[in-house]
Design a protein around this ligand. Sequence first.
Ligand code: SR1
Ligand code: MG
Length: 422
Amino acid sequence: MDAKSFEALTVESLPARLGGLEELRSRLGAEPSAWRVREVGDGNLNLVFIVETDKGGVIVKQALPYVRLVGESWPLPLKRSFFEYHALTRQQARAPRQVPEVYHFDEAQALVVMEYLTPHVILRRALIEGRQLPSIADDLGLFMARTLFRGSDLSMSTRQRKADLALFADNVELCDITENLVFSDPYFEAELNAHTKPQLDPLVAELRADRDLKVTAQRMKHLFTAKAETLVHGDLHTGSIMVTDSDTRVIDPEFAFYGPIAFDVGMLFANFWMSYFSQEGHEEGGSREPMRAYLLDVLERCWSVFRTEFSRLWREERNGILYQRTLFEDQGDALGAEQALDELLHEIWVDLLGFAGIEIHRRILGLAHNADFETISDQDLKARCEAKALKFGRHIAVNRDRIHSMSEANALAARLCKGAVT
Ligand code: SR1
Ligand code: MG
C-alpha cells in the first residue's frame, strides 16, 4: 500500500490495499479477494471495517480527516489514530486483556488493525436492551484503577512520565472537542447544540441561567485542562466498551491525554446513571425495576472495586515520583501513606461527581447525544427521563463536596427517578 498520501478505505478497496499485510494474511488467509468486508462504524468520528473469512476476522479502524458526525465542514486531524494506537499499547501493558489486541498500525493511513471482538456487543446497546452483564462492575473498576494508577506519577519514573506527557500533549484537537462540547457548549446556545424541544425548553433555560452550575462546569474544565495526573482514556462512556457475559473490553481511546484520574471514572459513572434514568423509556417489554437496581449496584460495586484495586496498587506498586516509601513505610510510617491514599481517593470522589454531572448535561444539551435517551420514541417520556437526569447532574456537580458516598448519590438518583424530587 502507498504509505505516502492518505486515502480513505472503502469496502471495495480494502482487500487490495491491505492484502499484502502479513498480519492480515496470517489471520484471514492469503487470498484477499476472498475476504468479506463490512463497514460498521456507528461512532461520531471514524470508519470501522470488519474483515472476515472462515479462518478468522480483524477490525480495521481508520480515522477520517473530518468529524464523521458533522461532515467535511469540521476538519479533524488524522493523528488521532496515532494517539489511539499509543494509548492501546499502554493500556494493554497496564491492564492486560482488557483492550483489543493491536496487530498493525499505519500512521500515514491513520489506521489500526486490531482484534475482532466477537460475540461482543457495545455495552450501551446491551443496557438499552435491559441485559444485566455480570462482570462489568469488577472488570471496569479494575481497568480504571490499573490504567489510571500505572499511567501516573505514582507509578512511573520521571523520565518515562514526562516523555509520555509530551507525546500525548499533541492530542490538541480532541482535547479541544471535549473542552468545548463537554464543559462549555451545553451552558449557552452553541450552534451545534440540540435538546428535546419544546418539552425541555424551560429547564434548559433555567440551567443556562444557573450561576453556580456554570462556575462548577468551568471549575471542572479547569481541572480537565490543568490537572495532568495520568494517561486517561478520555472518552470512557458505555459506547466505548464491548461486552459478553464474561468479557469486558475497552475500545476507542483516541481522546487519550494526560488529565485528571477522576475524569474517566466520572464519565463512566455518568453513563451508568444516564442508563438508569433512561430505563423508564424502555419499559414496553416489561418493568425495568430489576435493571434499575442492577445499575445502581454496578455503580456501587465498580466504585468499590476501583478503590480496592487502587489501594492495592498504592501499597504494592507505588514506585514512582510521588509519596516515596522513603518518607513513609521505610520510616515505619505506613499510616502516613494510608492517610495520603485516603486523601487522594476522597479528591477523586469529589472530582468524579463534578465530571459526571457535566457529562450528563452535555449528552442531553450538547451535540453528541446518547442512544439511551435517543431511542425513546415517545418525546414526552424521553423529556421526562432527560429532565430527571439533568437535575441529578446539576445536583451532584454543584454539591460534589457535600455528597459523601455512592449510596448517597444513588439514593438521590432513586428519589428523582420515582418523581419524589422536582
Ligand atoms: C465531535 S465528536 C463528539 C463526541 O464523540 C466522541 O465519542 C466524544 O464523546 C465526543 O465528545
Ligand atoms: Mg469513540
